[in-house]
Design a protein around this ligand. Structure first.
Ligand SMILES: [Zn+2]
Length: 282
């Protein structure tokens, strides 16, 4: 059974309030009328596609100056609440706004200790803060490393409008790994259009994982598939980026276009084994 590490608990109504997300819908060519009507739909769609578990991601831009992100925050209480109703099928990762300074770490602590959230998600381009910002990001990483939770970082370009890519360049992750050698980091979307940079960092940094979310399997570049089949087969994670890609569509595409290209055992690692290791679930 598979484990999707990149799920946004977004509904159609929430998405419509956010200009940057509506631009992402254009980017992904989505029919807005078919977006999820409720967060309860996530479990139904996973079930129908044989996806047993998923990580749902919080997001916080409440201290971010970019006015386009005014309505973008999903409170950690809300995300933890959705997970609590799922009988442990959904695992909540907290969102914090690095622009809040020390209050961001305080909120993360509350999310982990008080709400039982199991990881962190940051989209640096949404927050306009560099992945390697020593003042704003490093105290957050320090806390993650201390309590042993993974940090999932958006890397590479983004479908979200009203953003700049420069904050999320994958090369910035190497400096974070050097400073926090025990921190488990996920580089989301393999850092495209710099997949080779992402692969190079993962090769030299043993705690780096790579998620393939946001990509229909048929479009995943050959260089990524080569490393997925080779030296990085224990580091790749299945993710959809739901609701930008839906579980059934992703799985059908995987069966038709990628599964047969993978060496024996690689498919199981990608779809669930590596995610269990990321979350220390054996
Ligand atoms: Zn995403």
């Amino acid at each position: 059974m598979s484990f999707d590490v990149h799920v946004h608990p977004w509904t159609r109504d929430f998405m419509k309030k956010n200009g940057p997300i509506m631009k992402a819908c254009d980017f992904f060519n989505l029919d807005v009328d078919k977006l999820p009507a409720s967060t309860a739909q996530i479990l139904d769609e996973m079930e129908a596609a044989g996806v047993a578990r998923g990580v749902i991601l919080g997001q916080d831009t409440s201290s971010t100056r970019n006015p386009a992100f005014r309505n973008y925050t999903l409170r950690n209480d809300e995300v933890a609440g959705i997970a609590a109703k799922s009988k442990d099928r959904l695992i909540p990762f907290a969102g914090v706004d690095p622009n809040a300074g020390p209050l961001a770490v305080k909120e993360l602590k509350r999310a982990v200790k008080g709400l039982g959230m199991r990881g962190l998600k940051i989209h640096s381009s949404a927050n306009s803060v560099y992945i390697n910002d020593r003042a704003l990001m490093f105290p957050i990483y320090e806390y993650c490393e201390e309590v042993g939770i993974p940090a999932l970082l958006h890397t590479g370009t983004t479908g979200l409008g009203d953003t700049e890519i420069r904050y999320s360049k994958p090369e910035l992750v190497d400096e974070v790994c050097a400073a926090f050698p025990d921190l488990k980091l996920v580089m989301a979307h393999f850092g495209w259009p710099w997949p080779e940079v992402t692969l190079a960092i993962a090769l030299r940094r043993p705690n780096v994982f790579i998620d393939i979310s946001g990509w229909a399997p048929r479009y995943i570049p050959q260089s990524v598939i080569t490393y997925l089949n080779g030296p990085l087969q224990d580091r790749f994670l299945f993710g959809t980026d739901y609701p930008m890609l839906r579980h059934k569509d992703w799985m059908d595409d995987f069966e038709a276009n990628l599964k047969h290209k993978l060496k024996p055992g690689v498919s199981e690692k990608l779809l669930s084994g590596n995610a269990k290791r990321l979350l220390d679930q054996g």
